[in-house]
Ligand binder design. Structure first.
Ligand code: EPZ
Length: 440
């Protein structure tokens, strides 16, 4: 297994371009199952999750090839399979996004019920309720979900859950409803830009969807979709992570290939802390720290709120601001595994329920820490960039799932990040101990 060794203390400075969005690319790739012919997606990041979904789609009869930097061509050549391999699904819960397209196009899908998750309870009951409303028979057999229907029929589906709407659920039901007979109305739908990106792709393919970006999506079913070419939107979570990295290291960054509108809640909260952020051009942000930063209280919410996917990174930043901050996560109320690791780096966080109470410290201290999920890993990397001495982050395979070339980008901006094998890392730096026997 690989680890990151990070020597902290350098301010990040320079220009960096954000990659395509992982969470937009995944459902867009799955949507290729809805057509025959070649779907071309541009600006697809080269990540472990994208490769895992590519393997799954290949096993479902798709021919996939990558051209140049970021262009993915997907073509269905065999529609006889509709069962997703357990080994691939268990690696990545976003694999459930093949269910909607398989059901709509092949009339059947069998996918493992996702198991436990490090960021908290993640049921898919709303997806299944929605498929049933569209007329599918939904069964659970030996840990697998089996959905089937000869013809889906348009329906009214409410996507509200206890913690807001569901992003992948909205994608799954949208991709099923586009080929249903008649009209569907999805209420309390997720408004995330990744859902809008999927709806835009489906409309390009000939679907009739209106209301994307609002809580109500109207879908007029069509009998056939045709493949198209579309670019994946910039990754707003990677952009936000870089913005926070800039603030944490009190650096100065120009971040390219962003959609500033997708980042408005993040921009607002960083500005509230005192970070200077300017739009320079249509898809570029300038980040600088021109004054002392101040603590804030934050709640992670569904879009357009502050994303849960940057709650951990914001927590790392708040650890370094003098005074007290509170950060709450209303989307995944148990997503706080990074706090104990940050505390090992001299942070002062007390977690209770869906909140972390943070008291800023003058300096974080390098340590051996363990990444527990993708965004927790990012938070540890950010904390390490600002910490004194060396930090070793174990289990960075989480990071490789969702950030394209993160260490290359950070090193280009002045960071000191080295990837090495776990076995090559010295566990502890020897410390000089006074000879107590002599002084006694
Ligand atoms: C997506 O997960 C993202 N993943 C997550 O990003 C992100 O954290 C999350 O949306 C919230 O923004 C992808 O897009 C691949 P949800 P998803 O269904 O769709 C509850 C990352 O780090 N819920 O919107 O699986 C659920 O428990 C990842 O990139 C139900 O109750 O999340 C949660 O509290 C991690 N029943 C809330 O809704 C359901 O049927 C939102 O979950 C479905 C969800």
């Amino acid at each position: 297994m690989d680890v990151f060794k990070i020597q902290g203390g350098n301010s990040l400075c320079g220009t960096v371009a954000v990659s395509g969005s992982k969470n937009a690319a995944l459902p867009m790739m799955a949507a290729a199952l809805l057509t025959d012919g070649k779907t071309i997606l541009n600006n697809v990041p080269d990540l472990v999750d994208v490769r895992t979904l590519s393997s799954l789609l290949t096993s479902l009869g798709c021919e996939i090839s990558r051209h140049g930097s970021g262009s993915l061509s997907l073509e269905v050549v065999d529609e006889s399979h509709s069962e997703a391999d357990y080994e691939l699904v268990r690696k990545m819960r976003a694999s459930v996004c093949v269910m909607g397209p398989l059901l709509a196009r092949r009339g059947h899908a069998r996918v493992s019920l996702p198991g436990g998750c490090n960021i908290g309870h993640r049921p898919i009951d709303i997806h299944l309720r929605g498929f049933a409303a569209l007329g599918a028979q939904v069964d659970i057999h030996q840990g697998d979900i089996i959905v089937q229907a000869t013809q889906l029929r348009g329906a009214e589906i409410d996507l509200a859950g206890p913690n807001g709407s569901t992003v992948t659920g909205t994608c799954n039901l949208l991709t099923a409803a586009v080929l249903a007979q008649g009209k569907s109305r999805l209420t309390s739908a997720a408004m995330e830009p990744e859902v809008v990106a999927l709806a835009d792709l489906l409309n390009e393919m000939g679907a009739k969807i209106t209301g994307q970006g609002t809580p109500t999506l109207e879908v007029e079913g069509v009998s056939k979709l045709t493949p198209t070419t579309q670019a994946v939107i910039p990754d707003r979570i990677e952009a936000a992570t870089l913005m926070i990295a800039s603030a944490l290291t009190r650096g100065q960054l120009t971040i390219q290939n962003v959609n500033p509108q997708h980042l408005s809640a993040v921009t607002a909260v960083l500005q509230e802390m005192g970070v200077s952020i300017y739009e320079s051009g249509l898809s570029q942000l300038e980040i600088a720290c021109e004054r002392e930063l101040a603590p804030v209280n934050i709640t992670a919410l569904p879009y357009p709120g502050i994303p849960t996917d940057i709650q951990a990174q914001l927590t790392a930043l708040l650890c370094t601001l003098p005074g007290r901050s509170v950060i709450r996560d209303q989307v995944f109320p148990d997503r706080f595994m990074h706090c104990a690791e940050l505390n090992r780096m001299n942070a002062k966080i007390r977690q209770q329920g869906d909140r972390a109470f943070i008291t800023g410290v003058a300096q974080l201290q390098g340590a051996h820490v363990m990444a527990s999920d993708l965004r927790a890993s990012a938070a540890l990397v950010l904390a390490a960039l600002a910490a004194r001495d060396e930090t070793v982050i174990h289990r960075i395979y989480h990071l490789d799932r969702g950030y394209e070339a993160l260490e290359t980008k950070l090193n280009f901006l002045g960071a000191n990040v080295t990837r090495c094998r776990e076995e090559d890392v010295q566990r502890r730096t020897p410390i000089e101990r006074p000879d107590l026997r002599r002084s006694a």
